[in-house]
Design a protein around this ligand. Structure first.
Ligand code: COA
Length: 247
């Protein structure tokens, strides 16, 4: 009886996954469900995971791991059989996607090729991200550690995200940082990750100014300031770009 209800649940989930492919992949427009099931690696990998996860929950040994292994060989997508995956997961293109053992994925999530939901090292316990509903993760993005990706967030292609992501935000870059929250550009002094303040350069600049001032005073008093070979003098790299406080 429990087996039958698991089967019915998996069938329902697969129907949602097929709908997700048709809704979110423009190239699936007008393509029938059988063709999608037969030729979309992302859909096949999620289907294989649904079966492997149901068997794993039922306590079946070895088979869930074997299914995940075969699915990986066929699709290039590795979803650990113990990962929790919500309804309507769509993996576009697919190859190179890795979803770790303790990852949790909510409903309506989209992953592109090369996405990793991974751990950061050899820690044990919950060590992979939790991705809430309706999140989109761009190709090549790496989400590492037991972080929380808020619902509706968009993660830019090739970002490396190691901190929690607020809901309805757009996060890009390495390390990933929010550039939009609720559709609005993020403002404030901590938002420019490109032009970070450089305290060492600031201190050296202050010291140089002080030395120049002392040399001027020595000259005024009739002394000779020490000469420095010009090739030993390196000008400090000027600060370029926007003011870090500019948001
Ligand atoms: C992150 C992403 C979802 C942003 O979409 P959006 O909400 O429309 O946001 P915008 O395009 O307005 O971008 C917001 C800012 O982030 C920057 N940005 C966008 N994507 C970026 C990325 N991947 N890396 C670095 N910066 C990025 C934009 O230049 C923009 O900067 P600005 O505020 O200085 O103008 C999108 O750019 C992205 O990377 N999507 C992934 C798509 C993908 O993987 N496709 C694979 C198909 S095979």
């Amino acid at each position: 009886m429990a087996g039958l209800s698991s089967l019915a649940r998996v069938a329902r989930e697969v129907r949602r996954d097929l709908e997700a492919a048709r809704e979110r992949d423009p190239s699936a427009l007008g393509v029938g469900p059988v063709e999608i099931l037969a030729t979309w690696p992302g859909v096949q990998a999620v289907l294989a995971h649904r079966v492997a996860a149901a068997l794993h929950e039922a306590g079946v040994p070895l088979l869930p791991r074997a299914i995940a292994y075969v699915a990986r060989a066929l699709t290039g997508i590795e979803i650990h059989h113990a990962a929790k995956v919500g309804a309507g997961l769509f993996i576009d293109h697919g190859a190179g996607v890795v979803v770790g053992e303790t990852a949790i994925i909510g409903d309506g999530v989209t992953l592109y090729q090369g996405v990793t939901l991974g751990g950061t090292g050899f820690e044990t316990g919950k060590r992979h991200p939790t991705v809430q509903d309706n999140v989109t993760i761009g190709s090549g993005a790496k989400l590492l550690g037991p972080i929380e990706i808020g619902h509706g967030a968009k993660i830019g292609a090739n970002s490396v995200v190691v901190r929690d992501v607020p809901p309805n935000s757009t996060v890009v870059g390495v390390p990933g940082h929010p550039v939009r929250i609720d559709g609005r550009r993020v403002e404030g002094p901590d938002t420019d990750w490109i032009h970070l303040p450089d305290p060492v350069a600031d201190a050296m600049r202050a010291l140089s100014a002080r030395v120049a001032e002392l040399e001027r005073m020595v000259t005024e008093l009739g002394g000779t300031p020490p000469t420095v070979e010009p090739e030993n003098v390196h000008t400090l790299r000027p600060v370029r770009g926007r003011n870090p406080a500019g948001g």
